[in-house]
Design a protein around this ligand. Structure first.
Ligand code: ZN
Ligand code: ZN
Length: 409
């Protein structure tokens, strides 16, 4: 068999639990979704535990698992992926933090942890900080969405074993980073120097002067949390001998793409929010199949509805996902193996990620078809794949695509 191409569609936080208000159905069961059901009915189905049964997965750890990595050994925290996702070119050994633009008073006490949810001018503020030198340590700094930002420290002998500077509470001073092990002392010192320097640069920046004039809170400080070292991951391109590209709006997933060697496809209208243009994403994924062996299509929207606790909104999003798959269906080349799954469950009743497994459908020419007729949690439990782990998904796809290497003679 000639090697085939793979389309992996990940609906973030899609899995759910039955709700009384939906007559004891899950949002997936309650939604009208003929296209999702068509793929399930013409493919093979099962349930996936992203990490392990009962373990609520983060989007970062679960994506690593779906891409075939063992998150228990490669995961070093969210900071490095967020930093990569906002466009910082990281190297193994760099130390990354997640940060916020915040408002502090003259005594460095935090008056607002998000600088009044600043959403304009952060790129200019970040630019003023980016490139700062702290002795022999180089600073890379980028703004993320709204008040969010990422900091990367590059230099020899840095350690992620330092405490957060974010006090998490109002009225408290920005904390001094402390070394959690002796080897981390130079890193803690650099972080504290960064806090001071950043404040000095930001407090008189024109963007902040204009904000104060308009009665808005100045973004005059940076609070940091979640230090992590950028992991040295063997790229997916080498592990599975595939050329890979992906579509995703949110920075965390974009950062994981970068870390594992999945090229980013930029799509106009892919926002990572509820207003994202799913049809444009589908078209971009189809186009990317022309020049890639593996294309990943990620949609964040169902997770957002789960966190918000809105069942009707989640149903509406699922019906839009259905339209997205309807756009793909007639245009898929015959030699493409499709996977539809989620990275974890975000039940409306929980408003957070849960340890419930998620449905998986594999579809393509030659794929064994089981008796499942619908794409939902209950139906998937009857599928021929049974219940598998997140890390198994890539193996199954690579095998169905005729790309697996034989184990043994
Ligand atoms: Zn997720
Ligand atoms: Zn989530």
């Amino acid at each position: 068999m000639d090697a085939r191409r793979i389309l992996l569609v990940i609906f973030d936080g899609l899995g759910d639990r039955p709700l009384v208000e939906l007559g004891h159905k899950t949002p997936l069961e309650a939604a009208r979704k003929p296209n999702l059901d068509w793929f399930a009915a013409n493919g093979v189905n099962g349930l996936v535990d992203p990490i392990a049964p009962g373990v609520p997965a983060g989007s970062d750890t679960s994506h690593l698992a779906l891409f075939g990595y063992d998150p228990r050994t490669v995961y070093t925290g969210r900071g490095p992926f967020e930093a990569a996702g906002v466009g910082i070119d990281l190297k193994a050994g760099d130390i990354a933090f997640r940060g916020n633009f915040a408002t502090v008073d003259e005594k460095m006490r935090v008056a607002n942890r998000r600088a009044g949810r600043i959403h304009e001018g952060t790129a200019e503020l970040a630019e003023a900080i980016d490139g700062m030198k702290l002795g022999r340590i180089k600073v890379m700094f980028r703004a993320g969405t709204e008040h969010r930002a990422a900091l990367v420290l590059r230099g020899r002998g840095l350690s992620p074993k330092v405490t957060d500077t974010d006090p998490h509470e109002l009225g408290q001073e920005i904390r001094k980073a402390e070394a959690l092990e002796p080897a981390a002392k130079p890193t803690a010192k650099a972080v504290n120097a960064f806090t001071k320097q950043a404040h000095k640069i930001l407090k008189d920046h024109p963007v902040n002067r204009a904000r104060v004039k308009d009665g808005e809170l100045p973004a005059n400080a940076i609070v940091l949390r979640g230090a992590g070292v950028y992991p040295d991951l063997p790229p997916i391109t080498e592990r599975f001998h595939v050329k890979a590209a992906g579509v995703a709006g949110v920075s965390l997933i974009r950062g994981i793409f970068r870390a594992v060697g999945i090229d980013m496809i930029e799509v106009k209208g892919a926002t990572g929010g509820l207003d994202t243009d799913m049809i444009a994403k589908a078209d971009a994924a189809l186009a990317a199949l022309d020049s890639n062996d593996l294309v990943v299509l990620h949609v964040k929207a169902p997770d957002l509805c789960g966190h918000d606790g809105h069942a009707s909104e989640k149903i509406h999003v699922i019906e839009r996902l259905d339209a997205m798959m309807g756009q793909l269906k007639p245009n898929l080349p015959a030699d493409v193996v499709v996977a539809m799954t989620a990275d974890h469950s975000t039940p409306v009743a929980v408003k957070d990620h849960s340890g419930d497994p998620v449905p998986l459908t594999l579809f393509g020419e030659g794929v064994r078809v089981d008796a499942v007729l619908a794409f939902d949690e209950r139906s998937a439990a009857q599928g021929a794949l049974g219940r598998i782990c997140g890390q198994d998904v890539m193996n199954l796809l690579i095998d169905l695509a005729g790309r697996a290497e034989k184990f043994g003679a």
